[in-house]
Design a protein around this ligand. Structure first.
Ligand code: BMA
Length: 329
């Protein structure tokens, strides 16, 4: 255990954890149990991936992207005692919403879950005349309430910050098109009421070549550290066989998170294992959640693999931050 705590946050003594294998020289190491969630865990599912997990009542809970056997994209709730073995509800979440037009569910995918103040906020890619960012909340992972969509279509990868910044809620997002968007930068937006979003700021662009040259998008909820907001994000490369989704990491300024302090030139994880390269969409790793334990700095990352299954990988805050600084662009 390090003397100084790098992560600003709570202890999570029961965080899922596997020590780094001796022969591993990478900054992230995969779970030996991958994939921790198989595609057919529940009767209706074609695939379960790109999902969000949080500590809940001494155990764990989450919102899962389950594409059904009609290949419709749905959100399901789940609970787990250890963060690894999951009990996912077979019925999709039915959001309670005051406004019929907003509450009419079309599709939902790539959820993120973020504890702020007194509740768990859920953001996801929500079908409303094309993809935009849906926002809702739950107290108990049983009843979910839906708020207004955050933005006009088209937008994806809406990721909240876990506290107000300069008195306002803050969210990263990635304006997009209605298809398999061949572009995309990360932006920052603020809101006083979780309804009206503005003061949009550019955060980061794609690079001229390499794993993050087609589009970038925020991944898990940013982790507050003494070195800045630790952001894990995905980046996409266009190969002769289509898109390749990898992930990198960045540090953002604590008070002005649209200012990137450092950002990795290399990826921290790319599709290499068979379960990341073979599936409904080959060559995809897509992190959507990260648990962390402040005293030890341990970080457990949840990512979707090949748009088919859910996997885990581990790192520590000190190791990842050192890697970002040593391998910055
Ligand atoms: C994106 C989203 C993700 C998916 C990725 C790769 O546009 O649809 O859910 O993992 O494409 O197919």
């Amino acid at each position: 255990m390090s003397q100084k705590q790098t992560i600003i946050g709570n202890a999570l003594p029961n965080i899922p954890w596997e020590p780094k294998p001796q022969q591993c020289s990478d900054v992230l190491w995969r779970s030996e149990m991958n994939p921790i969630i198989q595609r057919d865990l529940i009767p209706c599912s074609n695939s379960i991936f790109n999902s969000a997990v949080v500590p809940f009542g001494g155990e764990f809970a989450g919102v899962f992207r389950c594409d059904d056997k009609g290949r419709s994209m749905r959100l399901h709730r789940g609970v787990s005692k250890d963060g690894i073995h999951w009990n996912i509800n077979n019925d999709p979440i039915s959001f309670i919403c005051d406004d019929e037009e907003i509450g009419k569910f079309v599709y939902g995918y790539d959820p993120r879950v973020c504890w702020i103040d007194d509740r768990y906020y859920v953001t996801w890619c929500n079908g409303y005349h094309g993809p935009t960012i849906g926002v809702g909340y739950t107290y108990d992972f049983k009843e979910f309430y839906q708020l207004e969509n955050a933005y006009l279509p088209f937008n994806r990868n809406g990721v909240l910050f876990p506290r107000r910044i300069n008195g306002k809620y803050a969210m990263l997002s990635r304006p997009s098109d209605n298809g398999h968007t061949p572009f995309g930068d990360i932006f920052y937006s603020e809101s006083l009421d979780m309804c009206h979003w503005g003061c949009h700021r550019h955060v980061m662009s794609t690079t001229s070549e390499g794993w993050q040259s087609t589009k970038v998008g925020a991944g898990p909820i940013p982790i507050e550290t003494t070195e800045g907001w630790l952001l894990i994000y995905h980046g996409v490369l266009t190969s002769c066989n289509g898109y390749v989704y990898s992930a990198g990491a960045a540090l953002l300024d604590i008070d002005r998170p649209w200012k990137v302090l450092y950002r990795t030139y290399p990826y921290i994880i790319s599709p290499q294992k068979i379960y990341e390269c073979v599936g409904d969409v080959p060559n995809v790793v897509f992190p959507c959640a990260a648990l962390h334990d402040a005293p030890t700095g341990r970080i457990a990352i949840y990512y979707g693999a090949a748009d088919t299954v859910t996997c885990m990988a581990y790192t520590t805050a000190d190791e990842l931050i050192a890697f970002i600084k040593d391998n910055r662009m």
